[in-house]
Design a protein around this ligand. Sequence first.
Ligand SMILES: Cc1ncc(C[n+]2csc(CCOP(=O)(O)OP(=O)(O)O)c2C)c(N)n1
Ligand code: SF4
Length: 275
Amino acid sequence: MAVDIYKYLREDKLPHIWCPGCGHGTILNSLVRAIDQTDIDPDKTVVVSGIGCSGRAPGYLKFDTLHTTHGRAIAFATGIKLANPELNVIVLTGDGDGSAIGGNHLIHGCRRNIDLTVILFNNQIYGMTGGQYSPMTPTGAVATTSPYGNIDQDFDLVDLTRSAGATFVARGATYNPRQMTKLYKEGLEHKGFSFIETLDQCPVNYGRKNNIGGPTEMLDWQKEHTVPASKWEKMPEEEKEGIFPLGVIHRKDDPESEYTARYQQIIDSFAKEDE
Ligand SMILES: Cc1ncc(C[n+]2csc(CCOP(=O)(O)OP(=O)(O)O)c2C)c(N)n1
Ligand code: SF4
């Protein structure tokens, strides 16, 4: 069914700032479609970001939005959710924003299992500031700060968030927007910390410097380096190297373990004592 995505966009903020072929618009489009498929109330929805090209995404959305400081989106979002647990709080963050400077907030958001939906735009690079390497830049990749090849090991954010306590963990890729929409919808409807990493493309500061090519070749690269999570589980270990599972990777439905629900229990117990 056709979706009028413009009803969710601040048209006066368009055109957007993103380069031609950037994957960030695909993520925004899929998010809007996912929201459209849920019954969440737009008047009770807040979208929060940090800084970066990805950090500009909430500015185009017709919700209450907050463009915060670099890496701090989850900290601000935690405050919003605690102050008013009725709100649906969505965090849009880049791989630099969410896994480098904001890495600690990500871990502790997962640990608390607070009901946020975090979508991480993983273009494997600091896009906005000219292509410095991030914790998601693969070992050996060229960046402006690793002209001879990156010697760091990259994170697996799906493993990280799962072991830190997130109760919904998934991975999508911009070559498959239908799946992204499905994963975002499930993440939005999940009560607890939802983390959806999305493989994304920055043709300007990553693709061309690493001889992958332009946007089309980068999407082909994603297709060649991903498999459905169900297939991944059955693959021999030696075949998994360099391949990413896509889909829902981990899910635990236990609304009572959610942070604001547990906080409310304490408030209620003190209210009873005062009666
Ligand atoms: C405290 C602080 N440190 C550094 C910066 C500079 N800075 C702005 S955006 C950015 C990189 C963003 O990269 P990423 O989060 O991966 O998002 P992308 O631009 O790729 O979407 C950096 C380092 C800043 N604004 N504030
Ligand atoms: S620099 Fe990269 S991440 Fe930023 S808008 Fe351009 S293509 Fe997208």
